[in-house]
Structures are given as structure tokens and as C-alpha cells.
Design a binder for this molecule. Structure first.
Ligand code: NAG
Ligand code: NAG
Ligand code: NAG
Ligand code: NAG
Ligand code: NAG
Ligand code: NAG
Length: 473
């Protein structure tokens, strides 16, 4: 007699589950369920489809993106929000991000930058540069832009952001641009940033530009642009503190990673250095530029850069320091360990006369200080010249250390593998024998150049597993 009511309850209960399942499954099918890693997970979710987005490659979605971000910004103090962009071709102009926000591009999503140049808003030049880079005045705002934010994630399943830069490159070559070209991603005055697992192609100019920001993780990024495209730098940390760039693959028309901190008198007066920067597992192809460049805009200073496991193929130079009289600032405590290089013009390159001034008002007495530059554990093949180290007369670059380096010269190598002027330092176990300004202490000093063993704060930032999926009750 007791069994019957229980059975009834069970049947009703199962019925409810089946009905709810039916509803939830239909809803879930459009978003699916998946996991990803991020500095923080979000309490609220939406799809660009909820805001009228159309992924047909033709419909302009600028408004859908901006409406979505503006709407989701209400959850900033309530667990944050994530915006999903499903597979499709999403044509869009520039839009701004918000705090406690994740932009997630699902597999096979392609964000296509609008080619209507006149529709790109123009913003002021960066205060630490005083001028735009392509033209003196303003700059076209970046495709994905954020300023004065905290806790922002831009990630995906290796989905693509396509800058469709061809038109911009053409306008640049024809000198027809009124303003400086846009970047693909620029994050300014912000803290706690993650940019990961995306493929960026054909940027109009630089690809990723964190500036005046801190606590930044950039991971698993592929950057592709024709090697002849103008100024398509890969990743440019600029006046940033505590940055970690890992597992990136970059083919571009300019430096794969360019570390910066402002230009001449504008950078000196802004006074914001780039420091505590880690670069690991970078692969670079850039026949006309460097795998890692420091400068040429370094007037706010660059200090404590740690680069490890760098591979470069058909790249002009491995690490290059670029500066000039009038820059002021400093480049110091630079550590590079483990480079594997194939087909290079110069493995090591330092240039004290780079020129390229913001304007004629730079201070000719503002000399850069280049000091404490450490390179170790380098193997290179097919190299035209081992090193070209040119400091500034009366302002030598000091504390240069190069150890455990084997450079195989190309058949058509220059007669003298090293050219040094206005530099001071030491070497240990370097082949071919370095110039007299870097006297070699011999094979037993292979480990002589420093690489810090302490860890930086950005290394202790752990990524969480975030999931999105269906919830039944
Ligand atoms: C990037 O993708 C890889 C492989 O799919 C995954 O293991 C990793 O957690 C992802 N990382 C981030 C930071 O999104
Ligand atoms: C995005 O931010 C920039 C700089 O703060 C601003 O000029 C622009 O109007 C913003 N765009 C939108 C659509 O809010
Ligand atoms: C953003 O932050 C910078 C630096 O703190 C500040 O100068 C600027 O006024 C802020 N901008 C906005 C729109 O809050
Ligand atoms: C991401 O996509 C790019 C371009 O399609 C490809 O070359 C790269 O191998 C992919 N990376 C991963 C981790 O799947
Ligand atoms: C010299 O560099 C190679 C890599 O090029 C590395 O395997 C080796 O451990 C280094 N030797 C010393 C003594 O640091
Ligand atoms: C060596 O470098 C030259 C360019 O300097 C290039 O033409 C040649 O193909 C390279 N050889 C190999 C074996 O990579």
C-alpha cells in the first residue's frame, strides 16, 4: 500500500526532468558546453547572437558588439560576464571592452575588421609618444580597445582576428594616411589582462599593444602577416609592468616582440618604464627585423626583461637594442637564455644611432643608459655576422656579457664576424671569438652571464578552469 504514492511521485519527478531536459537541451545546443583557462571565470554569459549579431561576413556587427559589451558591463560587480562569438565570419568596426569581462571566440569564429577607413574613430596620440607613428596627429582607434579597465580576458579556441590590413598597407605606402594606422588589440591604463589562444592575421599595423598597464598574460597567440607588410610588429609591451608572454608563434613584417616605453622628450616626461617582463617559447620569422627588439622608443626606460627559449628562422637579428641620442631613458638588466637561430644577418645587434625622432625638439643631451645586457646559451647557424654592437660615442653601452654561444657562419659571411664600437663587456666561450671590447674568458666561463633565479610576481598567477555549460535546475 505504501509503494503506490512513491511510484507516482517518481513518475511525476521523472516527467519534470524529461521536460526540463528538453528545454535545456534546445537552449544548450546554441552555446554548447566547454572549458577554458582564464585568470577569472564569469557569473554571466551571453552570445553575440543575443544582440543581433550576424556572422555572414557581410553584415556589420560593430553595434552588436558594442551593445553587448555595454549591456554586460552591468555585471561587473556581480561576477562579471562572458560574451561568446560562435563560428562564423563577424565583420565589425572597432569596439571597446569593459572590466570583469571575457570575450570568447569559439572555434572557427573569424572577426573581420571593417575596411571602411572613414568609419574608424580617431583618438589622441599616446602621451608618451607625443605624435602618431604614421602621421603627426591622432591615431585610428584599435579594433579591440580597452582603457582604464581591470580583469579583462580575450581568448578563444584558436579563432581568428583578421585585420584585413592590405588596404591600410597600400594607403601607408602611398603616403595617403591622415592618421596613424590602428592596431588589432590595444589595452591602455589597465590591470589584470589575459590575451590567449587566438590567431591574429594581417593587422593594419602592430598586433597586440598593452600600454601603461600591469599584470598581463599573453599566451598561445599565433600572429601571421606577410613578411613585407609595414610595421606589423607582433606584441609590443609598452610602459607595462609584470608581463608574461608565452608560447607564441609570429611571422611578421617587423619585430616579433618590440619592447617600448615612449619616445624622446614625451617618453622622458611621461616616465613610465617597461619592467618585469618574461618572454618564453617564442618562435619568430621576420626577415627584415628582430625576434626581440628593445626600443627604439625606450625613453621611459626598460628594465628586468627575461627571455628564454627563443627560436628564430630567417630573421634579421636575434635580440636588438635600438636607441639614439635624445631618447634618454635606459635599457638595463636584460637577460636572454637559450636561443636557437637559423639564417640570420646578425645574432646580436645594438644600435646607438637609430635616429627616428618624434620631432626636432628632442634634447641632444638626453643620452640613453644601456647597461647590464646578458646573453647566454645560444646556437646559431648560417649567420652573416655574429654581432654588430654599436654604442654611442661618449656614452658607451656597458656591462655586456655573452657566454656559451656557438655561431655557425654562412658561406657568404662577412670577413670579420664582429663589429664593436663604444661598448664594454666580457665573453665566455663564444665562437667565433668576439671583438677585443668583449674579451673572452674561455671555455670554463660558459655559465658566466647572469639569468635571475628568483621568480616574478606574474609567474605566480595561476589560470583557473572556467566552464560554460547547461545547468538543469
Ligand atoms: C590554450 O589552449 C590550450 C590547448 O587547447 C589549452 O591547453 C590551454 O589551457 C589554453 N590556454 C589559455 C590560456 O587559454
Ligand atoms: C571607446 O573609447 C574611446 C577612448 O576612451 C572613446 O573615444 C570612444 O568614444 C569609445 N567608443 C565607444 C563606442 O564608446
Ligand atoms: C584613465 O587612467 C589614466 C591614468 O590613471 C587617467 O589619467 C585618465 O584620466 C583615466 N581616464 C578615464 C577615462 O578615466
Ligand atoms: C592556430 O591556428 C593557426 C592558423 O590557422 C595554426 O597555424 C596554428 O597551428 C594553430 N594553433 C594551435 C595551437 O592549434
Ligand atoms: C650551453 O648552451 C647549451 C644550449 O645551447 C646548453 O644545453 C648547455 O647546458 C649550456 N652550457 C652551460 C655550461 O651552461
Ligand atoms: C643561408 O642563408 C642564405 C641567406 O643569407 C640563404 O639564401 C640560404 O638558403 C641559407 N642556407 C640554408 C642552408 O639555410
Amino acid at each position: 500500500m505504501m509503494i503506490k504514492p512513491i511510484k507516482l511521485v517518481l513518475v511525476v519527478f521523472l516527467g519534470v526532468i524529461i521536460i526540463l531536459n528538453g528545454v535545456e537541451c534546445r537552449k544548450a545546443r546554441s552555446l554548447e558546453s566547454f572549458e577554458y583557462s582564464a585568470i577569472s571565470c564569469r557569473g554571466h554569459s551571453a552570445s553575440i547572437l543575443d544582440y543581433g549579431g550576424v556572422g555572414d561576413g557581410k553584415t556589420l556587427n560593430t553595434k552588436a558588439f558594442q551593445t553587448a559589451v555595454n549591456h554586460l558591463s552591468q555585471y561587473a560587480s556581480d561576477g562579471g560576464a562572458q560574451l561568446f562569438v560562435p563560428a562564423g565570419k563577424w565583420l565589425a568596426g572597432t569596439f571597446n571592452l569593459t572590466s570583469h569581462f571575457t570575450l570568447y571566440l569559439q572555434k572557427d569564429a573569424i572577426l573581420l575588421a571593417s575596411q571602411d577607413i572613414n568609419s574608424w574613430p580617431v583618438v589622441d596620440p599616446l602621451p608618451s609618444y607625443g605624435h602618431g607613428r604614421d602621421a603627426a596627429g591622432g591615431r585610428y582607434i584599435s579594433l579591440i580597445f580597452g582603457t582604464n579597465l581591470t580583469d579583462v580576458v580575450i581568448t578563444g579556441e584558436n579563432a581568428t582576428i583578421d585585420g584585413q590590413g592590405g588596404l591600410w598597407w597600400q594607403q601607408f605606402h602611398k603616403k595617403k594616411l591622415k592618421y596613424t594606422r590602428p592596431y588589432l588589440i590595444e589595452i591602455m591604463h589597465s590591470d589584470n589582462i589575459q590575451i590567449s589562444n587566438l590567431t591574429l592575421v594581417n593587422s593594419p599595423s602592430w598586433n597586440v599593444h598593452p600600454v601603461y598597464s600591469s599584470n598581463i598574460i599573453i599566451q598561445g597567440i599565433t600572429i601571421l602577416a606577410p613578411v613585407t607588410s609595414p610595421n606589423t610588429d607582433g606584441i609590443n609591451p609598452d610602459s607595462c609592468t609584470n608581463t608574461r608572454i608565452e608560447d607564441t608563434y609570429i611571422v611578421s613584417g617587423d619585430d616579433c616582440i618590440a619592447i617600448k616605453s615612449g619616445w624622446d622628450e614625451y617618453g622622458i616626461s611621461y616616465g613610465m618604464p617597461t619592467k618585469q617582463l618574461i618572454i618564453r617559447r617564442l618562435t619568430c620569422i621576420s626577415p627584415y627585423s628582430a625576434a626581440i627588439a628593445l626600443g627604439s622608443e625606450m625613453s621611459g626606460g626598460i628594465q628586468d626583461v627575461r627571455a628564454e627559449d627563443i627560436t628564430a628562422i630567417q630573421t634579421e637579428s636575434g635580440v636588438r637594442i635600438k636607441t639614439a641620442v635624445g631618447r634618454g631613458g635606459y635599457v638595463k638588466d636584460i637577460y636572454v637564455k637559450g636561443m636557437n637561430l637559423h639564417t640570420m644577418k646578425w645574432v646580436f645587434w645594438m644600435t646607438g644611432n637609430y635616429g627616428s625622432h618624434a620631432d626636432s625638439h628632442y634634447d641632444p643631451n638626453a643620452l640613453p643608459e644601456i647597461k647590464g645586457i646578458n646573453y647566454r646559451d645560444v646556437v646559431a647557424e648560417n649567420v652573416t655576422m655574429a654581432g654588430r654592437l654599436e654604442g654611442i660615442s661618449g656614452d658607451p653601452f656597458t656591462g655586456i656579457c655573452i657566454s656559451n654561444v656557438t655561431i655557425g657562419m654562412a658561406k657568404k659571411a662577412k670577413k670579420y664576424p664582429w663589429a664593436c664600437a663604444d661598448v664594454e663587456g666580457v665573453a665566455g666561450g663564444v665562437v667565433p671569438t668576439p671583438c677585443e671590447l668583449l674579451p673572452d674568458q674561455g671555455e670554463e666561463k660558459l655559465g658566466m652571464c647572469d639569468f635571475p633565479s628568483d621568480s616574478l610576481a606574474i609567474d605566480s598567477v595561476a589560470l583557473q578552469k572556467c566552464s560554460y555549460g547547461m545547468k538543469y535546475f
